[in-house]
Design a binder for this molecule. Structure first.
Ligand code: GLY
Length: 365
């Protein structure tokens, strides 16, 4: 059973990767916890309620269902869930279980961070993307119309329970979107993971259990290490944002409805590879390898109507922008990245344009 310690000033906890761990949920909830609130979406609850409900038998709990999708990751959703918690007997002893994908992890985590000034949250991610990234590290929050994740809080969970079994019901598109976050982990810190993705595409896409578990465990290891070194993203944690500057810009520009987060990050990593190449930070060979592995796990939805100009302007609203300078996370080789601030606007626009051109001509599979 791979288990990884996340050690932060706010809290230390374990991220456990284990088939069937969902059924052990009860043993990860402190005996002192009051009413438990499971925040989830209809589809997740429908597929997996039996295991979680059985695991909580004998504990007082309520189910709070909200519509999934990035368009519901808004303050109004948090307000409505908080009202429901009060109406159903929530108090300062309550505990929230975030049971779902990245949106649920972010919304329920933020709800826990602010409900009565903070109650504990247990993260149980059910998508690949949430298992390898969103549920670990305490980032919680919601979107504003003008930008993604612009309101939020760091609220570390009491544990993260990662059950690869639940991925069996994940739609193909969601699974592939999660794989782009796995590719990100390979590019930032793990040539071995990157090679696995490049060489075993068929097994990865077939969700071969031993391969999926290796992918997840390696990403969780990396995430736990990075977050433990820098909880609040004042240093090294920024590397986890590879592809996120242009990716977030794309999500906001398309109203959060056309691209899944992982798909937008795939676009953002293409931009980062071109930008790294153009600024002399990445060899042509490594750039080609990155673009090739992204192609292996495509396609992403059509980019019709999206312009480089609009995305470059949006990138300025990114949280990593400081004093008007966008801080780009760029690959320097497979397994290593660096932060490059203040790249000339024309260079940024041309890298974005190249990524747009590639995807408008690439049919995918
Ligand atoms: N998803 C990036 C991070 O957790 O820092």
């Amino acid at each position: 059973m791979p288990s990884f310690d996340v050690v932060t000033p706010q809290r230390s906890y374990r991220a456990i990767v284990e088939r069937g761990v969902l059924k052990e949920t009860g043993s990860h909830i402190p005996a002192s916890a009051g009413k438990i609130f499971i925040v989830t979406t209809q589809d997740v609850w429908q597929f997996h309620c039996h295991h979680l409900a059985a695991a909580l038998a004998g504990r007082s709990h309520e189910i709070l269902i909200f519509p999934g999708g990035e368009e519901h990751k808004r303050l109004s959703t948090v307000e409505s869930l908080a009202e429901q918690m009060v109406q159903r007997g929530g108090d300062r002893s309550s505990l929230v279980i975030a049971f779902g994908g990245g949106v649920v992890n972010d919304v329920a985590g933020f709800l826990a961070a602010v409900f009565m000034r903070g109650v504990p949250v247990l993260q149980i991610p059910t998508t690949l993307l949430a298992q390898v990234d969103a549920a670990i590290g305490g980032k919680t929050g919601v979107d504003l119309a003008c930008g993604k994740n612009l309101v939020g809080a760091f609220h570390q969970p009491i544990a993260v329970l990662i059950d690869p079994e639940v991925l069996s019901t994940l739609p193909e598109r969601e699974y592939r979107a999660g794989l782009f976050e796995v590719i990100k982990c390979g590019i930032i810190r793990s040539p071995e993971l990157f090679a696995l993705l490049a060489e075993r595409r068929a097994d990865v896409l077939a969700r071969k259990p031993d391969v999926v578990e290796r992918l997840i465990a390696e990403c969780v290891r990396i995430k736990a290490e990075v977050v433990s070194a820098d909880e609040r993203e004042s240093g090294i944690r920024v590397i986890l944002n590879l592809g996120h500057t242009a990716g977030h810009a794309l999500e906001a520009e398309t109203g959060y409805s056309r691209f899944l987060h992982g798909e937008a990050i795939a676009f953002g990593m293409r931009v980062a590879a071109h930008l790294a190449q153009r600024t002399g930070n990445l060899s042509d060979e490594d750039a080609a390898q990155i673009l090739n592995v992204l192609d292996l796990y495509g396609p992403v939805p059509p980019l019709a109507g999206v312009t480089a100009e609009a995305l470059a302007t949006r990138a300025l609203i990114d949280k990593k922008t400081l004093k008007g300078q966008v801080r780009w996370v760029l690959p320097v080789r497979i397994g290593d990245v660096k932060v490059v601030p203040g790249i000339d606007d024309a260079v940024v626009r041309s890298a974005i344009q190249e990524a747009l051109n590639e995807l408008s001509t690439c049919a995918g599979d």
